[in-house]
Ligand binder design. Structure first.
Ligand code: ATP
Length: 598
């Protein structure tokens, strides 16, 4: 397919504000693509050239695109910048000049040619690479038609902003094959083990939908991480899963470790919750894995937590989190060394352990970690665990964990399988209770913000709208507009982050009541952890809200009000979570039902 045809599809998607229509457009587009084209197109639609866990970034800043455009159009910088100021959008400015400069030839390259050129641009590195990037982008701008040019320059600077989620693409694959979304569960299951949307599309085209069931773990491709359900008493846990393994719940950050050894060579890659490769941040853990793992190939998970070698105590989250940094890594590693509490095995020496019972996974994992009794020396430690079906004993383990300053405990079903990407009852978290009615915090997506009045007007932000994820509808629905409880620094930080993701209009996957509209809509990127006192019901929030036709029949009115958070406050930014990983509407509903005194 020609890139110009793809650009026409992108334009239609951009103009559409219905999630379903976007899915249909994508399905229609996918139908027309070859297996190779679908793979590359899906990356390009996401503003990338590879899946999210591979570290190839374009390395192209806005000013480099401007340089490339000036070169392609042979104009003065001031001329470009003046027009850019008027139009206010870089893609459209490039499109405008492309229309003006009719002398430029149009060769109408196909998608694969554009992809190849962008790929080469992205991997150019080292001395002189800026020149290479600018020149090749200029050459591409020269070749394509005006509309293609608009999108071509948006891809490398990461502003495609088409307002759909990974799940929309999975749905579109199903629509492409069957004309409905009935195949989504099969496709999604494969995606959880191999979260590479391009690969999944290619596989479907090349080998058919049935081949997806055979997809297993692959070293250096992170697997979507399993999540825990929540309960609030020892009794409920035993009633739910019976005899189970109890482990402390450490408050650090989760890492998925991929390790491969061949001969004297060994390689380790570490992935965070949102599938980002974070190996460079944790040289101490890398060294620990190389030294203490006795397997040839392994994928396992654990919680990394800061450790004070002097007092032999574990550090609170606020200190551990200082290890997440891009600079000064070695010094911080000395100051705050990490331990990795290993708790899950997914793959070992060619064998897939995802469907093995928990108890078997644990035993195998323990058998491939060299352990001494010297806490200070080991980097890897298998999380201590106790198997019990006794409520009293479970309560004692919980109290013990809390008294050590930990978050609580994790209860694991003995014969439970590992469920990639799912939140299921094979893991249950039981956290210490706060003074509020809700036991747990809620992870929300920031959907937009208001400018604010009074003192806050000087910050440019006075309140922000947050929502949870309605998985069934693949939409984000609102639960609170938060205007208090942040320090001045937090407001400023929030504003700085938010302004990177301004959207032109409300994204199609947001469902928001008119009364909750905001001054600035944001792309679905920023995830925050919110603590609230209570979940209440409110007609102006769309989480769980049901509408019905009004008596006159000409409009709709609220039938069942939505859920809203009472006294919401910002706990922390959750950069380790993707938008799909925020609290779901289903979880929120459960939390509402299990609220104290409810
Ligand atoms: P929370 O905010 O409550 O930590 P979450 O939304 O980050 O939850 P959940 O899946 O709900 O993630 O809770 C499980 C998390 O707890 C894991 O992602 C992991 O980071 C952490 N954890 C700490 N100790 C353990 C353990 N022993 N077993 C499994 N997970 C653990």
């Amino acid at each position: 397919m020609k890139f110009s045809q793809l650009a026409q599809y992108i334009e239609k998607i951009e103009k559409t504000s219905s999630r379903l229509s976007i899915t249909h457009l994508l399905a229609d587009l996918f139908k027309k693509l070859s297996s190779q084209e679908i793979e590359k197109t899906v990356y390009l639609l996401q503003g990338r050239i590879c899946p999210i866990y591979q570290k190839i970034e374009f390395g192209i800043a806005e000013k480099m695109v401007i340089e490339a455009a000036i070169l392609a159009f042979n104009i003065e910088k001031s001329q470009f910048n003046n027009t850019y100021k008027k139009i206010g959008d870089l893609g459209k400015t490039v499109e405008y000049f492309k229309k003006e400069k009719t002398f430029l030839k149009k060769t109408s390259p196909d998608i694969l040619a554009v992809y190849q050129a962008l790929y080469k641009t992205a991997i150019a590195a080292g001395e002189g690479s800026q020149e290479v990037k600018i020149n090749s982008l200029a050459s591409l701008i020269g070749q394509v038609d005006p509309l293609s040019a608009r999108y071509l320059v948006r891809i490398p600077i990461g502003v495609m902003r088409l307002g759909f989620s990974d799940m929309t693409i999975l749905d579109a694959y199903s629509w492409m094959l069957k004309g409905d979304k009935s195949l989504r569960p099969v496709i999604e299951k494969a995606y959880h083990v191999r979260p590479d949307l391009g690969f999944i599309g290619r596989q479907i085209k090349q080998k058919g939908i049935d081949s997806l069931t055979k997809i297993g773990p692959k070293i250096f491709t992170p697997i979507l991480m399993m999540k825990a359900e929540r309960l609030t008493s020892a009794e409920e846990i035993i009633e739910k899963i019976g005899r189970c393994a109890i482990e402390p719940k450490y408050d650090g950050f989760r890492l998925q470790v991929h390790y491969k050894k061949s001969g004297h060579l060994s390689e380790v890659k570490l992935y965070s919750r949102n599938l980002e490769e974070v190996s460079f941040m944790y040289p101490d853990i890398i060294a620990g894995v190389k030294k203490e793992i006795t397997a040839k190939e392994i994928i396992f998970e654990g919680e990394a937590i800061g450790f004070n070698p002097q007092t032999e105590e574990f550090l609170p989250f606020q200190e551990t989190v200082q290890r997440k940094r891009k600079y000064g890594i070695e010094e911080k590693a000395k100051e705050i060394p990490l331990k990795l509490f290993a708790f899950e095995l997914l793959y070992l020496n060619g064998k897939n352990y995802i469907n093995a019972p928990f108890i078997e996974r644990r035993e195998k994992l323990t058998s491939v970690i060299k352990q001494t009794n010297n806490l200070a020396k080991n980097i890897l430690i298998t999380a201590p665990e106790k198997i019990t079906d006794n409520i009293k004993e479970l309560e004692i383990l919980f109290d013990d964990a809390v008294s050590k300053g930990l978050e609580g405990i994790m209860a694991k079903k003995l014969d439970g399988i590992y469920q990639p990407g799912a939140r299921g009852w094979n893991w249950i978290k039981f956290k210490r209770s706060y003074s509020s009615k809700i036991e747990d915090t809620i992870d929300c997506l920031i959907m937009g913000y208001d400018y604010g009045k009074g003192k806050r007007a000087s910050f440019g932000i006075g309140a922000f709208l947050v929502g949870v994820y309605d998985e069934k509808a693949d939409k984000f629905v609102t639960v609170a507009k938060i205007g208090t409880g942040l320090s001045d620094e937090e407001w400023l930080e929030l504003k700085k982050r938010a302004d990177k993701y301004k959207a032109e209009k409300k994204p199609a996957i947001y469902e928001v009541d008119k009364q909750m509209s905001v001054d600035v809509w944001l792309e679905p990127v920023i995830v925050v952890e919110i603590k609230a006192d209570e979940i209440t019901r409110s007609p102006v929030h769309t989480a769980g809200r049901k509408m019905k036709p009004s008596k006159t029949g000409s409009a709709v009115e609220v039938d069942i009000p939505g859920y809203a958070l009472r006294f919401p406050r910002l706990e922390k930014f959750r950069d380790d979570k993707r938008k799909e990983e925020v609290t779901t509407l289903e979880e929120l509903t459960n939390m509402f039902l299990h609220q104290k005194n409810n």
